[in-house]
Design a binder for this molecule. Structure first.
Ligand code: DGJ
Length: 731
């Protein structure tokens, strides 16, 4: 089937699940017509209504007062040329003008999906999987060519978009803003859902009705941030988890981002996503092209869960590039909260011994193994082993771990530098900062100027020296602060506005080189917890640390919120200590285990110091997880009850063949004389018979989905969990 039809300047991208329709309007403006459920019979005769609206001007030279850019539903707007809403692109030309007006030139349809050089992006494995509409527009005064890319996948409710801007004039100009996509939606009531947060409280779901004016979700921290994830969903007011329309938008980018929604004078909504225009000013030389990051868009009328599932499978299968993207992830023990900086080889061996006896599969040596790093004030940038702590080098620890039948993982923070480091002493100019101005210090560290290839290369050389000699199976890539005083010491002033984006490009180049050179290594992203949990990182690293907060009650929210956009295989979750290191809350091993086993399971405590009953529990959890991890990491995930709304939380996993079901129920605070709680399952085969493997009770699929199940008695204490496993016996 052809995925893109073109009829009289109307472009219809469709795949049986969704339709996306745009057209060329008067004067060559590109109009948005529709994004939603698949339309089989589209005749293309409906046009945007005409009306003379006072104070909304007409195109230059026009005699028709009924047609204005100011209200037209568009695909990509210019600036300061009659559309008074938010511009998608602002270009400053040599004469100081900031006027932009793109008009349609032509189109092309290509099979498959082109790559975006230097940037992470969704991809296809063969050209039959997708088709791409390439629309060319031009601002004839500036002599700039804008190319809009729209890819539709054959089997996914997904459209991807990005733009490229080429300077075809004979002098350079400045790009002050360049959105990756815009889409203007007709009047309708909409709620917007975002994922704001903070350190240790990442991706908390917020939902608000959209009102007139501008609503913006943004990060200006040089990284995608704990504080606002590069994701929004636009939903109908009645949309819930399983019903209703949801349009999801996600930026494949790890730096400053901006998602904007503007409700205009006639209640139409402009939606825009891309790099933030904060501190952004890109000099585009004559003949040069700027590629903006990609946006992934999903549409479903199966509620938030339908949206999440579309993102989950796309990110897992066609954004992540690692060879581990679909493999069962190892159960990790990480020494960070067990030892912090205070360890030596003997202490690590004790942890490895005890973890091995619990059948844990990988030991990760976290922060503190390099330079003379005994605290967080020193040695970042000096990626050579601390032989005072580890006299036998990393090799001794790695070999010891491997001899125990476990894999070995290692922590790096490649982008940062301590003032007390050889690297800083040799190259103080490698740091981002403005001469004669104090530098903001954060966790006692500075950020390396990754916009400079020689700085990136220095770190690359140091890392490869380690990785070529030590047998490392996994890397945790941390980043413990945000960018400030963004200024590069080697560029001319007119290029300073490029530094933040060039930093991200430098970061991606390092990730690209390392992941290509060491394809067997499993990389995990991290940024002081979950400060850079985004699709850009996922392209290189199939999993990320979502939060330093291991308290299971807080984790219910963090993992629930993260799952709105990101797949379970990507969400690592560790059992920590009780009382919790950050919150001081006491919780049972069962509760901590159940929450951590709802993601990619690991441990963040000193197993050598635990009582026997706790290590016995860990052995049970590990064996449970090994049995079920494929279902958990790659099954269909359904959120049933939200920790943001209820004291009772539930979620479940269903295998693609619908023969296996894992149901997790959690109670936060126990209640006296509690109501009987009924959970209705979802996503099962109505006609199959499911057996509860513990009680051996039988249930019909339709029974579980419509009649539901009463909780087992799990209310006896605060913070309790219950897991039930159902299988279809006679398939
Ligand atoms: C922040 C991470 O989130 C932690 O897990 C740990 O790796 C520390 N950094 C180490 O400095």
């Amino acid at each position: 089937m052809n995925l893109i039809e073109v009829k009289e300047n109307v472009f219809h991208l469709h795949n049986g699940l969704i339709s996306y329709i745009l057209s060329v309007e008067n004067g060559g403006l590109l109009a948005h017509l529709y994004f939603g459920k698949y339309v089989n019979q589209y005749h293309g005769e409906r046009h945007y209504p005409r009306m003379d609206r006072s104070h909304s001007g007409n195109l230059p030279g026009a005699t028709d007062r009924l047609f204005s850019k100011d209200t037209l539903l568009q695909e990509y707007s210019g600036n300061n040329t009659g559309d008074n809403r938010l511009p998608a692109c602002v270009i400053r030309t040599a004469n100081g003008a900031r006027t932009v007006d793109f008009r349609y030139v032509g189109y092309q349809i290509i099979n498959g999906k082109p790559n975006i050089s230097g940037l992470p992006h969704a991809y296809v494995e063969n050209d039959q999987e997708a088709q791409t509409l390439v629309v060319t527009m031009r601002d004839a005064t500036i002599d700039a060519k804008l190319v809009l890319y729209y890819t539709i996948y054959r089997d996914r409710p997904v459209i991807t978009r990005h733009v490229e801007l080429k300077n075809e004039s004979s002098s350079s100009f400045s790009i002050e803003k360049i959105a990756s996509m815009q889409m203007d939606l007709p009047k309708q009531n909409l709620d917007v859902i975002s994922l704001p947060g903070s350190y240790a409280r990442e991706r908390q779901i917020e939902r608000q009705p959209l009102r007139r004016g501008l609503t913006q979700f943004e990060s200006q921290r040089g990284s995608s941030s704990h504080h606002m994830n590069p994701f929004v969903a636009l939903v109908a007011p009645n949309t819930n988890e399983f019903d209703g329309e949801a349009l999801g938008v996600m930026l494949v980018y790890s730096g400053n981002h901006q998602m904007s929604l503007e409700s205009d004078q006639v209640h139409q909504t402009r939606l825009m996503a891309g790099i933030s225009d904060y501190n952004f000013d890109w000099q585009l030389a004559e003949g040069a092209t700027f590629a903006a990051p990609e946006v992934l868009m999903t549409y479903t009328d199966h509620g938030l869960n339908g949206m999440s599932q579309a993102f989950h499978s796309l990110l897992r299968e066609r954004v992540a590039t690692s060879k581990h993207k679909l493999t069962d992830r190892p159960i990790v023990i990480n020494n960070w909260e067990a030892t912090y900086f205070d360890f030596n080889t003997a202490k690590l061996k004790q942890i490895i011994d005890s973890a091995a006896s619990c059948n844990i599969e990988m030991f990760v040596l976290d922060d503190g193994w390099f330079g003379h790093r005994d605290n967080d004030k020193t040695s970042l940038g000096d990626w050579f082993v601390n032989t005072k702590k580890l006299p036998g080098g990393l090799e001794e620890v790695a070999d010891y771990t491997h001899d125990k039948g476990m894999q070995f993982g290692l922590w790096f923070e490649p982008e940062c530098i301590s003032e007390d480091s050889d690297l800083y002493r040799q190259h103080p100019d490698y740091v981002l900062g403005v001469p004669n101005r104090g530098r903001t210090i954060s966790r006692d560290e500075y950020v390396l100027d990754f916009s400079r290839p020689e700085v990136v290369d220095n770190i690359y050389q140091q890392m490869t020296k380690i990785l070529d000699h030590v047998s490392v199976d996994y890397i945790k890539w941390d980043f413990n602060r945000n960018l400030t005083e963004v200024f590069s010491n080697t560029v001319t002033p007119e290029h300073e506005g490029e530094t933040t984006h060039r930093y991200v490009l430098g970061l991606y180049s390092l990730m690209e080189k390392l992941t290509k050179r060491y394809p067997d290594i499993l990389f995990e992203g991290c940024s002081g917890g979950g400060g850079r949990f985004d699709a850009g990182i996922m392209y290189y690293m199939p999993q990320s640390w979502p939060s330093d907060n291991n308290d299971p009650i807080e984790r219910l929210k963090i993992q629930y919120g993260t799952s709105l956009a990101y797949p379970i295989s990507a969400i690592t979750a560790h059992v920590g200590t009780s009382p919790d290191e950050l919150l001081g809350r006491y919780t049972s091993m069962d509760m901590r285990g159940a929450v951590a086993a709802s993601g990619t399971l690991g441990y963040e405590l000193d197993t050598s110091k635990l009582a026997k009953e706790d290590t016995d529990k860990i052995r049970e959890q590990v064996s449970f997880y090994k049995q079920h991890r494929h279902l958990i990491q790659y099954g269909n995930f359904y959120r049933l009850e939200s920790p943001f709304e209820s004291n009772h939380v539930a979620w479940m996993f269903v295998s693609p063949d619908q023969n296996e079901v894992l149901l997790f129920n959690f109670v936060v605070l126990s209640q006296i004389q509690n109501d009987f709680h009924l959970t209705k399952l979802i996503g099962l085969d109505a006609n199959k018979q499911y057996t509860d493997t513990e009680s051996q009770m039988q249930f019909g699929g339709d029974e579980l989905m419509n009649v539901g199940l009463y909780d087992q008695p799990i209310q006896s204490s605060d913070f309790s969990a219950d897991i039930r496993y159902f299988i279809v016996k006679n398939k």
